[in-house]
Design a protein around this ligand. Structure first.
Ligand SMILES: *[C@@H]1O[C@H](CO)[C@@H](O)[C@H](O)[C@H]1NC(C)=O
Ligand SMILES: *[C@@H]1O[C@H](CO)[C@@H](O)[C@H](O)[C@H]1NC(C)=O
Length: 178
């Protein structure tokens, strides 16, 4: 009897452990300490290398930190040719956040043609999020807060379930626990 209570607690801990990180979203600073700038000539692959080290998931976001530069979200052709910055919004605020709200490839370039040609461009692939079936519909949530919010209700349900199980179990297990 006591050992089945033990198994129940272990299962609960496993469920809680799986549950929480699955919905967690991360924000990544593009280029880490280098930020978003024209790479050195001998480091032209800076942003390719940076992107290759991270597995991006829906709900994550990236932040570009820069000075006297810009960032534009473009399509694949704009990424390779650096010439389609007029088709997207150009951000110049120095601290630009993009939410990765769907799967697939994302392309960003410096609004400066020459910077882009010299390696200041970023391509990332965003993979799906492991969401509970009710959330894993065809249209992922557009806001990071929504992506995170299911954790709280599901955690509450877990706590409520646990409280119920303890109440339900204790009359049975009580004699063995005392
Ligand atoms: C800002 O960037 C432009 C274009 O790259 C450059 O011509 C200019 O000298 C830069 N200004 C400063 C203050 O770095
Ligand atoms: C950018 O360059 C490519 C290849 O030269 C060309 O096909 C495309 O039309 C250009 N785009 C713009 C907006 O000029």
């Amino acid at each position: 009897m006591a050992s089945s209570l033990g198994s129940y607690i272990i299962v609960t801990i496993i469920i809680a452990t799986i549950n929480v990180p699955a919905g967690a979203s991360n924000q990544y600073k593009v280029g880490d300490a280098e930020g978003w700038q024209l790479p050195n000539e001998n480091n032209a692959d800076l942003y390719k290398i940076w992107a290759s080290k991270i597995t991006f998931h829906v709900g994550d976001s990236i932040v570009f930190k820069y000075k006297n530069d810009s960032v534009v979200k473009v399509d694949k052709r704009g990424y390779y040719h650096c010439n389609e910055t007029s088709r997207g919004s150009m951000y110049k605020d120095g601290n630009t956040v993009f939410l990765l709200d769907k799967t697939g490839f994302y392309y960003f370039v410096s609004g400066d043609f020459d910077h882009c040609r010299k390696g200041q461009r970023l391509m990332i692939e965003v993979k799906g999020q492991q969401l509970p079936p009710s959330m894993a519909g065809p249209s992922p949530s557009p806001l990071p807060s929504t992506a995170v919010s299911w954790i709280i209700p599901s955690f509450r349900i877990l706590v409520a379930l646990e409280a119920f199980m303890i109440v339900a179990c204790c009359p049975l297990y009580g004699p063995y626990l005392t």
